[in-house]
Design a protein around this ligand. Structure first.
Ligand SMILES: [Zn+2]
Length: 193
């Protein structure tokens, strides 16, 4: 069974409490099946591994309980997760620019998922394609989080007019997920006079 690092779940805990109130996390937990809720309480360990299925069910529960099933909250969670990562542990990466930071994230993929992979292909200025393999497959919620995450990473490293779209998604049966990431580089788009 594929697993994710506890730190990804702690991001969700912080996001939910900060945006929906202290009781919101408990409401989401209460909506989960008993076995899932027991794994997430009384606390989540940042360095422990948790089932990928549980992580997906938590995101689905978050949508159902907090936004009446609106999955858009997953993109917002991705934005929030990127801001947390890049204002904390990975802050130093920002100075290297968007393409470099996406490549570093690909290397870090195995720090957060114990299986699968992520690779980045640079297609030209302000254009990368990210290929992500999730085992056994991704979920709609996971990829919406990823879209918000990638967009924010590029924005925080200086990209403008950032667009992230997913062409293939393994949640729909393809072997991997393919994200197209485009942006205007602030430096090359507006060179100093
Ligand atoms: Zn996908």
């Amino acid at each position: 069974m594929s697993r994710v690092k506890g730190s990804t779940l702690l991001n969700r805990h912080a996001f939910i409490q900060e945006n929906f109130g202290l009781d919101a996390w408990d409401m989401v937990l209460a909506s989960l099946r008993d076995g899932d809720a027991r794994l997430l309480s009384p606390r989540i360990l940042a360095s422990a591994w948790y089932p990928f299925d549980l992580y997906n069910r938590l995101d689905e529960a978050m949508c159902q309980v907090l936004t009446g099933g609106d999955l858009e909250i997953c993109r917002t969670l991705g934005v929030d997760s990127a801001r947390r990562a890049l204002s904390g542990t990975y802050r130093a990466y920002l100075k290297d620019g968007a393409e470099a930071i996406l490549r570093r994230l690909a290397v870090l993929h195995r720090s957060f998922y114990d299986s699968g992979s992520m690779d980045v292909t640079h297609l030209g200025p302000g254009h990368c394609v990210i290929r992500a393999v999730y085992v056994p497959r991704s979920s709609l919620t996971n990829c919406l989080v990823a879209e918000g995450f990638y967009r924010t990473v590029v924005e925080m490293s200086g990209g403008r007019e950032v667009q992230v779209s997913e062409g293939n998604c393994s949640a729909h049966g393809t072997r991997f997920c393919l994200f197209n990431v485009r942006w205007e580089d602030a430096v090359t788009a507006h060179p100093p006079a």
